[in-house]
Design a protein around this ligand. Sequence first.
Ligand code: NDP
Ligand code: 2IT
Length: 451
Amino acid sequence: MAVSDHVNLDQFMAGLKRRNPGETEFHQAVYEVASNVFDYIEDKEIYHAQQILRRIAEPDRIIIFRVCWEDDNGNVRVNRGYRVQNNNSIGPYKGGIRFHPSVNLSILKFLAFEQTFKNSLTGLPMGGGKGGADFNPRGKSDNEVMRFCQSFMTELHRHVGEDVDVPAGDIGVGAREIGYMFGQYKRLENRFVGVLTGKGMEFGGSPIRTEATGYGTVYFMHDMLAVKKDAIDGKTCLVSGSGNVATYAVEKINQLGGKVVTLSDSSGYIYDKDGIDDDKLAFIVDLKTVRRGRIEEAAKEFNCEFHADKRPWEVPCDLAFPCATQNEISTEEAKLLIKNGCMGVSEGANMPTEQDGIHAFTNAKILFAPSKAANAGGVAVSGLEMSQNSARITWKEQELQDLLRNIMQGIHDNCQEYGAEAGSDYVDYVKGANIAGFTKVADAMIAYGVV
Ligand code: NDP
Ligand code: 2IT
């Protein structure tokens, strides 16, 4: 078949939308990859003939199940659980579990699709998956969360395993939830294996898994700036969110001499012009992970501004680190960031920038690290946790620090290789990440034939 006979990008997207009606986040994630990959494979017949992108955008399987549990008042509650096993061409399915009321199939399919490319970029043998439930942990007691996690795993355990599918944390799923789920898996299967990552250090967890995503996102910014012979030192930074990724991003920015002036949660953001130093950060970590309170309390404690129901992007800055959730930077906010002098964005959250917002960043040619590259440090250390579990050993913290640093540098360099613009020093990291992530998965799929 002549190359010109292949479907074009618009036809491809029309088909995807027809087969997946209403799943706007999934459409958005696929479009971002497809728009780069279509150009790249234009003259590579094998990828067309084998329908590679079409196959990656069709999950291997999706499991949907009822999760019943009893609240503290004895009421029966019903939630919906999911696991999207997107693609296992280069390793067992791997990706987090999200507990948030907004969870639906569109969000989990976008996350599992993204994860496939992200995991490929790490260079480790991991396929892509994602799961979760529309359960809202906010306001629930520890016992309620435990009963929910146990019920969730009572179904999920049939579908996962250390060589099959290895979930981890994401929004609403941290050390507490992983502990409850691991305990239930072990009880049901009577096997102590690395079926989840992000485990506690007492039961097979890896040093620096907790820190890895936030640290990695900042390393990626460091590496982009280094190409421009610049550094984070002295830069004013905006960080959104106040969970796992956000707080460890702040810790690393502080270590590298940057000044973080914002953090947020779903109720608004705090603006502290003096900077959120390590003491203030410790207060916020305790507030969010132990007391499970709202970010406004930190503004009272620090005597700084709180902006209810707003996002931090209106504050002038040098660098921005969106670390909360998808589509948290609108196109207008992206343009405002550029107008206010922002020179770099590194995405700690998954797909935090709206499609046209990404175009605004790339058109303005500011440094822009897309999530599948910038936040891959978390899953990379998860991959290293899997290796340690298989060997039944725990490596030293410094070894893992060095491995994370090297993996992030490797991802940066790989994106640079595929994303460098001919005739200029500009690097399109979006294109670089999409193509570098695609080729490894695609070539493995070709080796397997039509399966
Ligand atoms: P956490 O649950 O620890 O923290 C999430 C933070 O984001 C909270 O501050 C939360 O506020 C805020 N948030 C969540 N949903 C919304 C929303 N709809 N609107 C506004 N704010 C919101 O999650 P993580 O830090 O683990 O995850 C943050 C992002 O990073 C996600 O996009 C996740 O997919 C991504 N990620 C996480 C990795 C990890 O290793 N944990 C790895 C790679 C990416 P509130 O408390 O009010 O809900
Ligand atoms: O989005 C992500 O990369 C994660 N939530 C982490 C996945 C993992 O398996 O560590």
